[in-house]
Every structure is written in C-alpha cells, then in structure tokens.
Design a protein. Structure first.
Length: 141
C-alpha cells in the first residue's frame, strides 16, 4: 500500500518541494513530480535551477527524450509512467492513480488556498486506510 508523506507548514511550497527533490536526488532516488498547472511546473523548474547554486538537480519534463536518463521528472499527466516508486503531488487534488506508487509526497504551505485542499486530501487518504506520516516544515523554505 502507498505510504503518504505530508510535509506541512512550508513558508514557500515551491522552494520546499525543490529542497525535498534535491534531497531525493542526492540519495539517488527517482522522483516523479505531478504538476498539472503549467505555472507551478515552471516555477518548480526554475527553483531547481537556482535554489542551490552549488548543486545541480537533473530534471526534465516527463515527455522529454531525456526522461529515461533523468532521475527527476515533472509531468502534468500520470497516464504513462516512467517509474512508480515516488510521486510528489503539487496539484490541488488527489493525483489520479497515485496508489500505483510506493510513496506519495504532499508539500503544503501555510497559504489557505493550498492548506484547505491539502486537508481534504489528507482526509481522503486517511479514510481509505493509507499510512500517513506528517513532517513539519515550519520555519523552512
């Protein structure tokens, strides 16, 4: 069953996501990021380029010809999956087919428009018996 991780209290959701992605990449863990909103996907792409100038986080759009060689993929479509280990959700909804993944990572900021839908997703996962771990990012990016 999919393990669900809620990172909550982030001052900046995109920067927090970029930090978590960099950590996964440093541990050589593949990660698929679900960001169907092009504005969010673009902001994440930029954050991964400029967040930490001393490290590089290899990432591409899942439709890129380099997707098979890149550990971090950003996508707005979960129909054809290059991997099913880790999924980071940066949408406001439960990702379609999330249960195919070993783990699901939710990143939640303090902004009400992010926090309220996240609470609904938390309840959705809990009501269906998923194991949920919460991690507090208060005071972090």
């Amino acid at each position: 069953m999919t393990q669900v991780f809620f990172y909550h209290g982030a001052a900046d959701r995109i920067l927090a996501a970029a930090g978590l992605i960099a950590k996964a990449c440093a541990q050589k863990k593949a990660l698929l990021v679900y960001a169907p909103d092009p504005v969010v996907a673009s902001a994440l792409d930029r954050a991964l380029w400029v967040n930490n100038p001393t490290s590089f986080v290899p990432h591409v759009d899942a439709a890129s010809p380099l997707a098979g060689e890149t550990p971090v993929l950003i996508t707005g479509n979960l129909e054809q999956l290059p991997q099913d280990e880790r999924l980071m959700n940066l949408s406001g909804e439960v990702p379609p087919g999330f249960s195919r993944f070993s783990s699901l990572i939710e990143v939640v900021s303090e902004a009400p428009e992010i926090r309220q839908p996240a609470r609904e997703r938390f309840k959705f996962y809990k009501d269906r018996g998923y194991e949920i771990q919460t991690l507090d990012l208060t005071g972090k990016a």
